[in-house]
Design a protein around this ligand. Structure first.
Ligand code: 5GP
Length: 194
């Protein structure tokens, strides 16, 4: 999606360790008119899927998921990162290894908010090694719900996540796929025709 690629080129900052900082419009300050365009685009790409729920993960996916949900007119559920080992109550759980924080945590969703009748779209800001989406997909599976697909704003195409998710047969739509990024020059290239 050209609009997003241009914004990443203009305002994205490439950091050592394969990190792309987009704090000025996506991850910290949020550009809502831009989010609306992303929401419209996801709605187009998943228009025929009869989605009943959007599932994301706290914290940075929530803002985008909420705006996207307006176009599908469905609720957003966010998986909570659980701090306690003994998870009490009626929840679905899975594990996620964090790319940015380098640790493993449990994620939980209440059984009240996800069930076999749901057709779920996963939404997240970034796709790197695919752990966040895999953890969310496991929650959907545990709930007996149907996983319709996954939409991410930015996929880092040089990391394995996109391949992993597509190989699992999950319909993945990434609005910008970064092919390469150079911390020395700040240059960012994108996969064409996306
Ligand atoms: P994955 O689980 O696919 O390895 O990583 C996805 C999660 O890590 C996203 O939810 C995002 O918050 C974070 N993340 C991964 N790579 C980057 C990056 O380059 N920049 C930022 N800002 N977040 C990232």
């Amino acid at each position: 999606m050209k609009l997003l690629e241009e914004r990443i080129r203009r305002d994205g900052v490439v950091r050592e360790g394969n990190i792309l900082k987009v704090d000025s419009f996506l991850n910290h300050q949020m550009d809502i008119p831009l989010f609306c365009e992303l929401g419209r685009e996801f709605q187009k790409r998943f228009a025929t899927e009869n989605i009943t729920k959007i599932l994301t993960i706290e914290a940075s996916g929530i803002g985008l998921a909420c705006i996207v949900a307006q176009y599908f007119k469905v609720p957003v559920v966010f998986a909570k990162k659980s701090k306690t080992k003994n998870i009490a109550g009626d929840v679905f759980t899975s594990r996620v290894e964090s790319f940015t924080h380098g640790r493993v945590y449990d994620i939980i969703v209440s059984k009240q908010f996800l069930g076999p009748e749901d057709r779920v779209l996963l939404i997240d800001d970034f796709l790197a090694n695919g752990k966040a989406l895999e953890g969310l997909a496991a929650l959907v599976e545990n709930a007996g719900a149907t996983l319709v697909g996954a939409g991410v704003a930015i996929e880092k195409g040089f990391q394995i996540g996109g391949d992993l998710i597509r190989k699992r047969g999950i319909h993945l739509e990434s609005l910008a796929i970064v092919e390469s990024m150079d911390p020395a020059t700040g240059e960012i290239t994108f996969r064409p025709d996306n």
